[in-house]
Design a protein around this ligand. Sequence first.
Ligand SMILES: *Cc1c(COP(=O)(O)O)cnc(C)c1O
Length: 651
Amino acid sequence: MTAADTPSPNSSESHDALRAWFLGPRAENADLLERVIVEALRDHVFWRRNYHPEDGFTIRETDKRKPGYENAVSTLTQELMGLLAELKRGVPFFSGRYRAHMLSEQTIAAQVGFFATMLYNPNNVSVEASPVTSRLELEVAAQLAGMIGYDPAHSWGHLTSGGTVANFEALWIARNVFYLPLAAAGAARDLHVDLTVALPDGTTAPLESLSLQQLLNIRTTDSLELWDALWRSESHERVTLALANHSLSTVGYQDYGRRLALDYGDPLPASVILVASTAHYSWEKIIRALGIGSNQIVRIPVDNHFRLDTAALWDTVRSLSKRRVPIMACITVCGTTEESAVDQLDEVLAVRARAATELGVTFHVHSDACFGGYAAAVTWSADGNRRSAADIRASSGCDWPSELWVRAMTALGEADSVTIDPHKLGYVPYPAGAFLLKERRARELVATDPPYLAPTAGLDSAEDLYLGRFIFEGSKPGAAAAAVWLSHKVLPLNETGYGHLIEQTAAGARRLYDGLYTADLAPFRVVLLPRPDVNIICYLVHHPSLTTLDAVNAFNERIYSLMSLEVAGATPEYIISRTRFQTPMYDGAIATLLHELGVCTEDDWKRAGSDGLVVLRSTVMDPFLAAPPPAPDHIAGFITALRHACDAALG
Ligand SMILES: *Cc1c(COP(=O)(O)O)cnc(C)c1O
């Protein structure tokens, strides 16, 4: 069954629109892009011409005849030609022959939105420097929040330079919320105020009666209630001072532990961060940078679909609870960087709920949806209702997505924080990441200048537009916000826009997967990972003459170098990437693969240590692969190219 057999109401319209969204692999829409870019430039010129026309002209026509002027123009023209020539040594992300990393084409809307706004160069650190684009940024964040199921009235979000910074902010806020009850308890003691707080099992208790362990297991909402109650209890000045004396943000880890040992007769227990084994390496950077220390990372194994193993998560939570180790946060992934695996977030949240009632333990749940987040657009119909998995499958024309997948995506609305990169599956230019926070109040815990402010309310508060108070970055491009904003206008975050785009991309990935699955490369054999949750296909090639893990690795490494831009002097027909599955991160997923290969045991693989298993990896970002035009056939072309590479790699 193909997409054309079962059209949903909007699918044929979206099918046609898709052809207008991009410049196209052969620049088929060059006239369109040129028209809108020139329009943006001319319009900007009109603005300058009409801005205080009485000012006269600073650069005069006669200036343009001077040798110095002419030389400067010649240098510009010459050097630009040099740059343009150099740029062609870049990577052809736009082509159906690029099947490697999660890099792609950009929408025309995003390109022209960026270009037009760049001429005005707004700085979204503060509304004074970006009266227009700061608003667009908040609008875009609210759209993304709506897409993942957050209530726009209570959530908050903004754009960042990318996923790393967005993830950093998520853990920065989670860390400060985690220690908030400790700060509140200290401040309440100094101020002689009595506060009560709700515990994870649903009971309430006086704040001063709680142990260190209990204070480090308060739910986010209840911590924030405590925060509000504290501000109501005393004058603004006194609360500010009392909190500053007891907050990690002001005191810092170096002194914090020592003080708690004095106050509680107990040192600050080293709390841990649970991280899906497949998590992006930025988490390690962030955990180091926040002073938590990478020793505090507890990696949760993945299952054979490369998703966080929720049974192992429960076991870990239970054993940590027995040893009285507090859990600061659990980092799950929606679209892993290597495999596009979508963790079963609904089950992770169920583990947390069970931990609250059975163990009195709770923690912040973050979904790193930097790669996969935009796929939530497929779960929305044009009229604002959620679509079922069957509805989506009817328009994707393939067996994607599953019920489980839809459940995991729908659960995003229950995560405490979510990060999404528009510059990945949003098909917009760098730099564009997004940070989304379920409870907007929590942003107060990272506000700077002044360090502590009474809680503020209301979406329209002017303060919202002074992003710099709450974000980690300073100056940042309003052009990036405009790019995302215009792209969302042209491609709404539902089945008619991004939903269609990503559905087609995922369906294209399925076609490539099926092509590889059925390809006859004898005597070579393609060993595939399970079908991807979104659009990254991982596989390796085997040959009867290869009898050791080292030999299989070396062979696949050679295929990779023949099909990558790294090999000097040759342009590969198709471009792929590769990764390495290593122990212990991939222990839960490796058994089936090793069994299919049959050259070594799991123990051998574990002993191979850092060499692990080399796996070839193809990200399908190409939205035209699902319903290909008459030519070229990039599935057959890819398989032929892989066959040639296999022959060459063996010979
Ligand atoms: C890409 C990615 C990141 C980091 O994002 P940058 O924009 O490169 O900083 C984080 N997490 C995941 C899952 C990613 O795929």
